[in-house]
Design a protein around this ligand. Sequence first.
Ligand code: PHE
Length: 352
Amino acid sequence: MVATPSPQRVSELEREARAALAASADEAALERWRTATLGRSGTLTQLLRSLGTLDATARREVGAAANTLKNALEAALEARREQLRAAALAADVHAGTLDVTLPGRPRRRGALHPVTQTLREILAAFTRMGFDTVEGPEVELDEYNFERLRIPADHPARDMWDTFWLDEGEGAARLLLRTHTSPMQIRYMDAHQPPIRIAVPGRCYRYEATDATHEWMMQQVELLVVDEGVSMADLKGTLQEFARALFGPERRVMMRNSYFPFVEPGVELAVDCFVCDGPPRPDCSVCRGSGWIEIMGAGMVHPEMIARAGYDAQRYTGFAAGMGVERIAMLKYGVDDIRHFYANDLRFLRQF
Ligand code: PHE
């Protein structure tokens, strides 16, 4: 039998419900209490349902009180639940089943990839020397990757860059994955006037077997400087300053003559082997017994390219260089195999 809804009935119900809630001491009891009070056929729900039997004035008064009570009881249930949870935790701590001195699980912090860190350091060194950083496309035309760098289709120098070709096309329009960042020399000179002082970072691709110092994908930073009166001394000074900035004063650098069709004269910059670190060991897998690791090619921009860019070749000269970022990272961190960088082994990567 359901009592007639009235303000007294509402207060009575509240008293009973609060007492029952206070007596509920675990999750199961709380759930029973919820069903009995707020559930579909719970006491408060029934009271709310029977409001229809009242006249309008009484219905408004009792209805408001009953709804307020419903909200209050729902809040009281949550509060009781929280109280029981805290009490249970306190009991656990007290009983010693929970070791609050156990260290938390540290959140692992990610870090920049060692090659990215090295790349940023390289660019920072050149930024300090007044270079702008610009980027170019990885999918390139034969025209920029080879032709206009004075490497025509039948030129033996093409063998220096084993190429991933992207289509069956022919000649200058054929697409490829750039084998070096040098195509940006041409693209940049086409679009700008001297003075030029740029560093061009980017990925390059070579269709070749991998070993301790070769990967099929690697990153380069290209340098291009064109201005009046730029000489070999500027090239040497800039690269020496760079080598000191990255490797410290104790590493030695060596320039020796080399050949690239787009520079004249061409040089190769090498750093002394950090693995041997002294007299070269014949079995060294990094320098192969030579004592030197080549880190970049460089040279004076070929006058033909200056002229083709539309500059006055009598007035302007320039130098260019291209370096391998992974090789520089190997030197910096003493990594003896370039393949570690892209093997995605966290045991390796976490060391940086
Ligand atoms: N592009 C050359 C290479 O990838 C390096 C280079 C750049 C040489 C600029 C000279 C001048 O091997």
